[in-house]
Design a protein around this ligand. Structure first.
Ligand code: FES
Ligand SMILES: [Fe+2]
Length: 431
């Protein structure tokens, strides 16, 4: 130490208050009508979610059957942070395997999509068939009496980790668990919201991947949150695609994990109804006009008047119908403070060109820069900033009531969010 340093006054820094380790964390006494901010920020919580939720007793969305249309087609995606490959084998069956070589853990499949006869690890050339079975390991018998795998090595014991796969109306889900009920049973009453939209063969129109600088749960809450939809989103309220004064409703499955909401445009009972709900809302802005209102022209293609249906399956799937825009959203956690949202826009195989153009135009309502969806990511990021230290504070989730049933089927409710936290706490063991 130099003499000047020895004489310098060193400010006394107060000792930081001790932070409770994860295992000592206590959920607020009010239960699932509160969410403590540490649950969005704590890296230990985040690590446990990978095992207890994404690799636990859940079904996770992988993609559309239409994305792996032929024998040999594959798609690389994720469940939580774990890379997974979805394949279609020669016999047309679908398979999901961990994208992690059974030899030394290398990523076997590097392309997002493709067609192949086998999965081939570049590191030491272990080969797997499209079901994930090991078919060949390079130099398994050595060369000139040197090297080689042990005599008791069996290919059948060194395949890729296989996951359960199940489908519904062209959606493909996978699970790490043998105990989770079949997909349709697991979705319960919410499956009808999927059957309503996905009623015939699908055609992929495009993709959009959005990095959101917020914890995945901040986003997962958002499409479960029917309370915000007509308040935050100026485009919905001002141009009438969805307003609180319109006919609307909510369906939760019996477990409370999954939910969908619907709204029927143009069903206000009277203009007074609308004026009352809109009077103090920032989202109703009479001064806004569209130069080209064609984005608002939609066709009631399902014949039930529903202009918006947003469906969320725990923990990582959203299906939307916003006018004639149809898309799935896959939620992928990327660390405690960020997540990716992968949007897959689709139509139907028998759509004519005009219908496809309408869907593509209305895709501008959703996605990372969508006139509606842009506000959701912005709010999630502001939440994450505001709760940054995660050491104090909690959400207050009592719109429509305090418990898991109050709020009924009203959209003016946080019932689906209370049910999310109820299931989350159960899965995480956070009493
Ligand atoms: S890590 Fe895949 S063959 Fe060695
Ligand atoms: Fe929203």
């Amino acid at each position: 130490m130099c003499p000047q340093d020895a004489k310098a006054t060193i400010p006394i820094v107060p000792v930081a208050p001790s932070i409770a380790p994860t295992h000592e964390r206590k959920w607020p006494a009010e239960g699932s009508s509160r969410a403590p901010y540490w649950v969005y920020t704590d890296p230990d919580i985040y690590a446990q979610e990978q095992a207890r939720i994404f690799q636990g007793q859940t079904w996770n969305y992988l993609g559309l059957e239409a994305e792996v249309p032929e024998p040999g087609s594959f798609k690389t995606t994720y469940i939580g942070e774990q890379s997974v490959v979805l394949t279609r084998a020669e016999d047309g069956s679908l398979h999901a395997v961990l994208n992690r070589c059974a030899h030394r853990g290398n990523m076997v499949c590097r392309e997002a999509f493709g067609k192949a006869k086998k999965l081939y690890c570049v590191y030491h050339a272990w080969n797997y068939n499209l079901q994930g079975d090991l078919t060949h390991a390079a130099f398994a018998h050595g060369l000139r009496g040197e090297g080689g795998l042990p005599k008791d090595f069996k290919n059948s014991e060194h395949g890729l980790r296989k996951l359960r796969v199940d489908t519904l109306c062209g959606l493909v889900f996978a699970s790490f668990s043998d105990d989770t009920p079949p997909l349709e049973e697991w979705l319960g009453d919410v499956a009808q919201g999927i059957r309503r939209v996905l009623h015939k063969p699908l055609k992929v129109l495009g993709y959009d991947t959005q990095r959101i600088h917020a914890n995945w749960k901040a986003y997962h809450e958002n499409p479960r949150d029917s309370y915000h939809a007509n308040i935050l989103h100026t485009f919905y309220g001002t141009f009438g695609l969805s307003r609180q004064s319109q006919e609307s409703g909510m369906t939760l499955d019996a477990s409370g994990r999954h939910v969908y909401f619907y709204t029927k445009a143009g069903t206000e009972k009277s203009s007074k109804d609308f004026d009352k709900t809109a009077s103090d809302l920032r989202s109703h802005n009479e001064g806004l006009k569209l130069e080209d209102p064609s984005i608002l022209k939609w066709r009631d293609e399902f014949g039930d008047g529903v202009s918006v249906q947003i469906l969320t399956a725990y923990p990582s799937f959203v299906l939307h119908q916003i006018a004639n825009s149809l898309a799935t959203r896959q939620l992928l956690p990327k660390g405690p403070g960020q997540c990716d949202l992968v949007w897959t826009y689709f139509g139907f195989e028998d759509d004519d060109e005009a219908t496809t153009q309408v869907r593509l135009t209305q895709a501008n309502l959703a996605g990372s820069a969508g006139m509606i969806s842009v506000e959701d990511a912005a709010v999630c990021e502001m939440m994450q900033k505001a709760m940054a230290d995660g050491q104090s504070g909690e959400s207050f989730i009592e719109m429509g009531g305090k418990d898991l049933v109050s709020g009924g089927s009203s959209k003016l409710s946080e019932r689906a969010i209370r049910n999310f936290w109820h299931n989350y706490r159960h899965d995480m063991g956070l009493a």
